[in-house]
Structure formats: C-alpha cells, structure tokens
Design a protein around this ligand. Sequence first.
Ligand code: FUL
Ligand code: CA
Length: 480
Amino acid sequence: MKHLLALLPFLFFACVKKTIVTSMPNEPAPFGPVPIKAQLDWQRLEYNAFVHFNMNTFTNIEWGMGSESPTTFNPTALDCRQWARVCKEAGMKGIILTAKHHDGFCLWPSKYTEHSVKNSPWKNGKGDVVRELSDACKEYGLKFGVYLSPWDRNHPAYGKPEYLTYFRNQLRELLTNYGPIFEVWFDGANGGDGYYGGANEKREVDRQNYYDWPTTHKLVYELQPNAIIFSDAGPGCRWVGNEDGYAGETNWSALRLKEFYPGSPNYKELTNGHADGYAWVPAECDVSIRPGWYYHPEQDDKVKSLERMTDIYYNSVGRNGLLLLNLPVDTRGLVHENDAARLMELKKLLQKDFATNFAAGKKATANDERGNGFEAKNALDGSPDTYWATKDDVKTASLEIDLGGKKSISRLVLQEQIKLGQRVTSFKAFAQQNGQWEPFAEGTTIGYKRILRFAKTEAEKVKIEFEGRAVLCISEVGVY
Ligand code: FUL
Ligand code: CA
C-alpha cells in the first residue's frame, strides 16, 4: 500500500502532462517520467544566451531598489541585431532577455505602469527593447525568451494580491505581442526591502503560496502552449542550483517536483536531480560571462577566461544540462567587444575538440540487440532520433566500435534516447590497442548528452559498457 501511494504523484503527473506518442512497433516501453515534445526540442538547443540589460546597466549596480528614475535609462547606440549576430555566430540557439528585473523597470512600454522605456529619453520614449530583440531573433533564426521578475521593488502593491493581477497583466503583454516565446524565466529571489511606490520598507512574502504559481502557469500555457517555464521548481526546466554553470556529474532530469518552489531552501538538490523523481524537469545552467549579471565597466577585463568557459561548457552541456550563458549588454546597448571575442574563441575551441568523430558511420557491434530498427548501428548514424536498444529485461550491455585503424582520441560523447526516459546509471569506456582493452573513461548518468574529456589515448577499437535501470536506449556514441 505504501508503495502504491508513493506512485500516486507520478500517475497523476503522467495523466496531466501531454506525453509523446511513440509508435514504432517493438519500441521499448517508456521508463519513469518522460519529456513532452517542447522539452525535447528545448533540450536540443543546448546553448543559449541570457541577456541582462535594464535599469541596472545605467546605475552600475546588480539590484536596483525600484526608486530609479526612468530618465536614467538611455543607451547611446542600442542595436539588438548586433546581440543576435554575436549569439548566432557563437553557435547559440536562443536569447532570453530581462524584460523586467527586480527593480521593476520594463524594457517594453507596458500599459500597466509608468516605470518603463516609455518615460525614458531613449528614442524619445517611443522605443521597445523587447520588440527590437524579438525582431532581431526572428531575423537571425534564434529563439526568443523573456525573464519577468516576480519580485518588483517598484510596484506599490508588491506583496498584496493586487500585485499578482499586475504581474499577470504584464505576462499577458509579453506573451501576446512579441511572437513565439520559447522560455519564460521566473527568478527565485523574492521579497525584501524596496521602494514600493514610496513606502520604502521591507516586504516579505510567503514564497510558496503568495504567487499562486499554478494560475500563472496556466496563463503561460494558454498564451504560449510550447513555452518552457523556468524556475527552481520548473515545471518546464529547473535551475541547476548554482550560478557557476555546472550541473552535477550525476544529473537526473527527473525531480520530486512537489518538494520545490521558486526560492525554496533545498535548492542544492537541483544540481543532481532525483533518480526517483516523478516529473521530467531537466536542468538549465545559468552563468554570467563576467562576475556580474549586469554590465560594470570595471569588469571589462574580468571576462571569464577561455579555460573557465570551456569547463563551463563541458560541465553543463556535457552533463545533461542546457547552458544559458549571460552577456551583460553595456551602456551603449551593445555586447562588449571583449565578451564577443571570448565567445568566438570558445566556438573555435569546441570546433577543434569535435572536429572529427572517428565513430561516425563505423561498424558497431553490441552483445545484445533488440533488432527490428533498434540495431547497434543506430548509435553511430548521427541522428539523435534513431537508437540502439537492448531486449526486454536486458539492462546491462556493451557496444564495441571498430575505428578502422589506430586513432588518437580525447573526447567521448554519449546520448540516451530521452523521449523514453532516463535509464543509464553508470558506464565505462575502454580502448583497444594491440588487442588489449584499457579503461579510459567512466561515469554515472548520461541523459540527453554526456561528454567526457580525457588525456589523448590511442585506440583501434572502443568499447562502452552500460548499466541501466531498464532496457538500454542509446541514440548516439561519438569519439573525437
Ligand atoms: C538571480 C537574480 O537575483 C540575479 O540578479 C540574476 O537575475 C540571476 C540570473 O538570478 O537570482
Ligand atoms: Ca542515432
């Protein structure tokens, strides 16, 4: 009985969520929670930009009080097309903009407040940064998302029920007037001191109940059915529990969702997720390219080193996470030259790291194969959709790849077919040279993607042993 009760939240969740229709005959049964189509598409973006640009850019602080004058907002050369161009060239797939941060200033001319660009000198109050960036994203083939801070240190009603109406009205504007929104970002910093329309006081809120999140989520899905909602508690994707851009080495996309809310104290668990989670809530790793989220001229020479950026990439995208890399747009309204240069260095380095996949199209042999469209070769065909699967009840198996000659390798990329859930609990990789198998890499979870870096190793063949908690479904294996 106790076991059945434990299953209830999962059953409930499975019924409420739209599940992916999988139709291939002989396909393995899903295991545990699975992503909806929007989450699957989202995960494949891998690398997106965050842009912190707002009132704080001009006051040179991280958290404004809400008492700032709109006349302070005045970029001299704002060009959202430059942001989009830089992000596109860097290999990013989308941009999320701080439409409103904690200080309450709105980058779009909201009908519901005077605290916005419409009362700034920029473009004589006729400008709309949200419009300009959404247009630029469209032009450059990038996804566009919005950050709308639930905490508002400007609004007089913050902390009262009326504020929620205001908050949702703003959300409605953003999700109605700017085309498709792929992600909506709700921060966990909520409540504290602020201007609050002149009250200048401290206002604590009950983070768990004040916002009535289910009602807000309903509104998001009504206006943008494919949007991914980010927060400490998803439900579309979750904060990774730190601002370093690192996911846990073990990283489950599943979560016992009910244990979290935006700003909940147990956030450290978000770094690893929960093996026994009942909801699919994959990790998003947000980190800034500089020490601050906002632009500070004194940080122009503090752009993270290429080495740090590389670590961030491998510890986010390489650990079943999505990398959301913040660019603090400057007072001109441009991505700073130093930041743009670093992005291109990172891109070049990654291109070099993944220049040749020695496993692509090579011969793969598995010691167990489901057959009928689930052969081992599917793990080497370059498509994330096709996969190698084992027979029912086979949870441990290995895959051998003949590289067709001696190759020098230093990267291993593994991917599971996550549309059927996350299964692998551990894996170990071996290289064969002169007939001898030597281990060179190992790990725990895989999920959508796991990348391992290791010292240059000579190999004629590579073998990977997988252990899972259900039939194995491996969509890709790459060695570089
Ligand atoms: C935090 C905020 O308080 C920061 O200002 C920033 O927006 C970051 C992404 O999230 O919680
Ligand atoms: Ca494949």
